[in-house]
Unconditional design. Structure first.
Length: 200
């Protein structure tokens, strides 16, 4: 049964994220579509209806095991983070490490969240070179907020990005990059991180 549930989750993930760099945000749309009573959680029947509408054929027993897999805290409902935790693409430890390294760099005051004030410190010197700032279309604050909003949870946009939200977003990016070394190099280039293996 475990293998069958894993296969169902893999099919759901593939349907949701295939060829879509905004895949994590797309999962939010799927979740909201399933949440017919707007409670921000999925009850058993809502989840079942949503799975059926996706075209997957699942037996009653298989669905029961699937629901239990998603319902991490066993409270008979699935919240968005439980939903996302199961459907975000799996990553090797090396990819998780470089994502965490990027988060640690952006979290200037080490309080576990990235806010606008953190980004203003990290990008103080080079944000002025953003094309839309140079053209006068955006202010520095708007450019940084745009970046923050991209990573912030689409289900609860509060202007703060937790480590989990950061990991969720970049797991979607990771799904589009097959080579581990290239993903590591790209992340280090984007966030000006030291070369892999360098102490800092």
């Amino acid at each position: 049964m475990e293998d069958r549930v894993n296969g169902i989750i893999a099919a759901m993930r593939e349907n949701s994220l295939a060829n879509n760099c905004g895949g994590i945000k797309k999962l939010s749309v799927i979740f909201r579509h399933m949440d017919t009573d707007y409670s921000r959680t999925l009850a058993y029947d809502e989840f079942k209806t949503g799975i059926r509408s996706s075209g997957l054929t699942i037996s009653k027993e298989e669905f029961h095991h699937l629901f239990r897999r998603f319902d991490k805290d066993q409270n008979n409902e699935i919240d968005f983070y439980e939903f996302l935790h199961e459907l975000r693409p799996p990553m090797c430890p090396e990819r998780c490490d470089v994502i965490n390294e990027a988060f640690d760099k952006l979290d200037v005051n080490k309080d576990g969240v990235i806010e606008l004030s953190d980004l203003q410190v990290v990008y103080a010197s080079n944000i002025k070179q953003h094309p839309k700032i140079l053209s006068g279309e955006w202010t520095e604050k708007k450019a940084l907020k745009q970046f923050l909003d991209t990573i912030d949870s689409p289900d609860c946009p509060d202007g703060k990005v937790t480590r989990e939200e950061f990991m969720n977003y970049y797991s979607g990016v990771s799904s589009l990059v097959e080579d581990d070394a290239y993903f590591d190099l790209t992340m280090r280039s984007c966030f000006a991180l030291p070369p892999k293996g360098t102490t800092h």
